[in-house]
Design a protein around this ligand. Structure first.
Ligand SMILES: [Zn+2]
Length: 482
C-alpha cells in the first residue's frame, strides 16, 4: 500500500509514514529528509525499518545525493551550501590533484577519471595552463591520427618557504612544489636563549633567501617544530626543553613580516604529510608516522588526510606514561612519559652510564653495530618501552602501516626488533600481523619536506583560491617588505 500510494504522492505519504511512526510533525521536504536520516539510522522494529526503506529510501537517497552534490561540510561538520565559486574551486582541486598524482594525462583521461564534463575540464585546464601550474606537451601517438596532448604538473611554477625549527637549528629552504630545494640556509639555535633572539634567526634566514631569489612566486610558508602546537591558530604553545617558548605566535609573526599565508605544524604531523606525498604513505590511506628523536610523537593519517584532533593537537604518544606511579615528572604535567625514557637524551644518558663514560650518539651507533652487549641491552629495553606504547596505538587505530623516522629509529634493528617482538606478543588478536612496520626512506630533511608538504596539501585542496587570491601572485620581492 505504501508503494502504491508512494507513486500517487510520494512526499505526502512519506510524511505520513514518518509521522505515524515518529510522532514529530514533518511538513517540509528538508525536515522529511532529516527525519528519514534519523529513522534509517535508528534500530527500530524491523517492520518499521523495512517500511521506511521501501517507502522512503529511494526518495531519500535521491534527495540526499542531489543535496550532497550542492552541500559540503565545514570543519565542525555542519553542512554549508556551495555556491558557484566553491564548486569551481572544488573542481579545480579535483583536476589538479589528478594531474599531480598521475602525470601524462590527456583531457579525455581527465573526463574518465574525474567524471567531470569535457567543457568543464577544458575550461579549468586552460586556467591552470595559463597560471603555469600545468604544462601541455605532445604525447606519444599510439597509432594513426593526431598525437594526444598530455598534461603535466609543473612543480617549478610556484615555491614554498619551508622552515624546520628545533632545539638545535633552524633550517629554511625555498622548495618547489615537487619537493626540490632551490636554496637553503641553516643557523644554530640555542634552546636556552630568549625566544625573541632565537626567532629572529628564523626571520633573518627567510629574508636572506628571499633577497637571493627575488621575483619567484611563493604560495606560502610552512613551519614545522617539535612540541605542543595549535596548528589551527598557528601558535607554538610550548616546546619541551625550550623554556622561553610560551604561546609563540608563529603565523602572526611570519605573515606580518613577509605577507605569505603561513601554516604551522608539529614535526611528526608534518613528516606524516611528507610520507603521504613522497614516501611510503603514497599507496596507503591509513598509517601512522612515529618520530623517535629527542621527542617522540606521531602523525596520524586517516583516509588519506592528517588527523589533527582538537586545536590541531594530536599524536602526542611521547607523553603517554610508562611509569605512572614512580616515573619522572614531565614538562607536560604527566609523570613517567615515554620520551623521558626512550627519547634520544635518555638513550645517551643510559648508554653512557652503562659504558661508564660520556658517549656521543655517533659512538652509541658504532658500539651497537659492533655488537656491544651492554649497549644492545640498553637499546633492547628502550625498544620494548616503545613497543608497549605501539601496542596501545595499534589496538586503538589498527593502521595499515607504521613508519618510523628520527635519529633513534635510524639505530635500526637494536631498537626496532625488540619493539616488534612486544607488538607481536601483546597486540589484540592478530592485529599486529596485519600492520606493516617500516623505517622512513625519506632523507634527514624530512621535517623540512614536511613543512613544505603541509602547504602543498592545502594548495592542492584549494588551488583556485590560492591562484586567484593575492597569495598566488606573491613574489619573493613582496616578502622583503620593500
Ligand atoms: Zn610528558
Amino acid at each position: 500500500m505504501l508503494l502504491i500510494a508512494y507513486r500517487v504522492d510520494r512526499f505526502k505519504l512519506d510524511c505520513m509514514a514518518i509521522q505515524s511512526v515518529y510522532k514529530p510533525r514533518v511538513d517540509s521536504r528538508e525536515q522529511l529528509v532529516d527525519r528519514a536520516d534519523g529513522c534509517v539510522a535508528s534500530s527500530g522494529p524491523l517492520r518499521i525499518r523495512r517500511a521506511l526503506y521501501t517507502g522512503i529510501c529511494g526518495n531519500y537517497e535521491a534527495e540526499r545525493s542531489t543535496r550532497e552534490r550542492h552541500m559540503t561540510r565545514n570543519r565542525s561538520g555542519r553542512r554549508v551550501g556551495k555556491n558557484q565559486t566553491s564548486i569551481k574551486s572544488e573542481n579545480t582541486s579535483t583536476i589538479l590533484r589528478t594531474i599531480y598524482e598521475t602525470s601524462d594525462l590527456s583531457r579525455a583521461d581527465l573526463v574518465r577519471l574525474t567524471g567531470l564534463t569535457a567543457p568543464t575540464i577544458s575550461r579549468i585546464v586552460s586556467f591552470l595552463v595559463e597560471q603555469g601550474v600545468v604544462t601541455e606537451s605532445p604525447g606519444t601517438s599510439s597509432g594513426v591520427g593526431r598525437k594526444p596532448v598530455v598534461l603535466r604538473f609543473n612543480g617549478r611554477s610556484r615555491y614554498i618557504v619551508a622552515i624546520d625549527f628545533s632545539w638545535a637549528h633552524v633550517r629554511v629552504a625555498l622548495m618547489d612544489l615537487g619537493g626540490g630545494i632551490l636554496d637553503h640556509t641553516e643557523r644554530i639555535v640555542d634552546a636556552h636563549g630568549p625566544i625573541k633572539t632565537e626567532f629572529e634567526k628564523v626571520l633573518e634566514s627567510v629574508q636572506e633567501l628571499l633577497n637571493r631569489h627575488r621575483g619567484i612566486r611563493i604560495i606560502g610558508t610552512g613551519f614545522s617544530a617539535p612540541g605542543l602546537i595549535n596548528s589551527e591558530a598557528g601558535v607554538v604553545i610550548s616546546v619541551p626543553n625550550f623554556p622561553s617558548i610560551r604561546n609563540l605566535q608563529v603565523r602572526q609573526l611570519l605573515q606580518s613580516r613577509f605577507g605569505f599565508p603561513t601554516f604551522v605544524a608539529n614535526d611528526a604531523n608534518a613528516e606524516a604529510v611528507a610520507e603521504k606525498f613522497f614516501g611510503q604513505g603514497r599507496d596507503t590511506s591509513d598509517f601512522v608516522l612515529v618520530h623517535l628523536g629527542y621527542g617522540i610523537g606521531a602523525g596520524i593519517i586517516v583516509g588519506g588526510h592528517l588527523y589533527t584532533g582538537n586545536f590541531g593537537v594530536s599524536g602526542e604518544i611521547g607523553h603517554t606514561s610508562v611509569d605512572r606511579r614512580h616515573g619522572k615528572w614531565c614538562d607536560c604535567g604527566n609523570r613517567g612519559c615515554l620520551e623521558l625514557y626512550a627519547g634520544l637524551r635518555a638513550i645517551i644518558e643510559d648508554c653512557s652510564a652503562q659504558a661508564g663514560r660520556q658517549l656521543s650518539f655517533a659512538e652509541i651507533e658504532d658500539l651497537a653495530s659492533q655488537g656491544d652487549a651492554g649497549i644492545l641491552a640498553v637499546l633492547k629495553e628502550k625498544g620494548e618501552l616503545v613497543g608497549y606504547i605501539m601496542v596501545n596505538l595499534v589496538n586503538t587505530l589498527a593502521p595499515q602501516r607504521i613508519i618510523f623516522t628520527g635519529q633513534v629509529a635510524a639505530l635500526g634493528a637494536p631498537i626496532l626488533e625488540p619493539m616488534k617482538r612486544v607488538m607481536a606478543q601483546r597486540c589484540f588478536y592478530h592485529v599486529a600481523d596485519e600492520v606493516s612496520v617500516t623505517v622512513s626512506s625519506l632523507s634527514v630533511n624530512s621535517s623540512l619536506l614536511g613543512a613544505m608538504t603541509v602547504v602543498l596539501d592545502v594548495f592542492l585542496e584549494s588551488p583556485y583560491d590560492f591562484l586567484t587570491s593575492r597569495a598566488g601572485r606573491h613574489s619573493a620581492a613582496a616578502g622583503t617588505g620593500a
